[in-house]
Design a protein around this ligand. Structure first.
Ligand code: SAH
Length: 211
């Protein structure tokens, strides 16, 4: 049952530039209230980031919509997400591509997200607990890579796990500063980078370095 707050959020996202109907429909069909802490459920359809466990955040719906739209997904693609968090972004991706691989470094978040994927029968998401900075070599190459935590530089390991014509979206920049949402497109040996928006994400924590 779609309530009025959910419909209003989708309308707000559309007027803010998320115009791809497949992305809007994925957002409309995904119950964000199941991804936020119970005490914050009444704010689930506000267009704001909200705190989740382990000092992390579920991203602002507009940022989720923008990143998803800019990935230009289709049903044949496989996507690697770094930073499962609540699982909300992965749930949206899962409705638009063939398979999502998602990695989270905090066990509590990983386990809660798995539970949500099961409850919503999102069977095309494969989740792993670990350091996303290493990527997921056994499942590579990916059509798309999405970082939902900020990297200080474009992680070469993840770039190497992209298909030759693949695309990566990531927030680039240090903690506490405004970061730039970047799109990195591989084209054979070349790499094209574009700036999409200013954003603010929690950092990619790394045990191995990102280079
Ligand atoms: N996509 C999430 C947003 C989560 S915030 C959502 O839809 O809710 C970013 C997440 O990245 C946090 O959960 C944080 O723990 C995780 N993270 C940070 N560094 C990481 C790393 N090296 N590997 C995997 N996850 C990481």
């Amino acid at each position: 049952m779609l309530d009025v707050t959910r419909i209003r959020l989708v309308m707000d996202l559309r007027s803010a530039g998320v115009t791809d109907v497949t992305v809007l429909s994925a957002i409309e069909r995904t119950p964000r209230e199941l991804f936020v802490p119970e005490a914050l459920r009444d704010q689930a359809y506000e267009n704001t980031a909200l705190p989740i466990a382990c000092g992390q955040t579920i991203s602002q719906p507009l940022v989720v919509g923008t990143m998803t739209q800019e990935l230009h997904l289709n049903r044949r693609m496989t996507v690697l997400e770094i930073g499962t968090g609540s699982g909300y972004q992965a749930a949206i991706l899962a409705r638009l591509c063939r398979r999502v691989y998602t990695i989270e470094v905090h066990r509590v978040l990983y386990e809660d997200a798995l539970e949500r994927f099961r409850a919503l029968q999102l069977n095309n998401i494969t989740a792993r607990l670990g350091d996303g900075g290493k990527g997921w070599p056994e499942a590579a190459p990916f059509d798309r890579v999405l970082l939902t935590c900020a990297a200080e530089e474009i992680p070469q390991v993840l770039l190497d796990q992209l298909r030759p014509d693949g695309m990566m979206i990531l927030p680039l920049g240090g903690q506490g500063r405004v970061q730039e949402l970047m799109r990195v497109t591989r084209s054979g040996d070349k790499v094209v980078t574009e700036r999409l928006a200013d954003v603010r994400f929690v950092p990619l924590v790394s045990t191995v370095g990102t280079g």
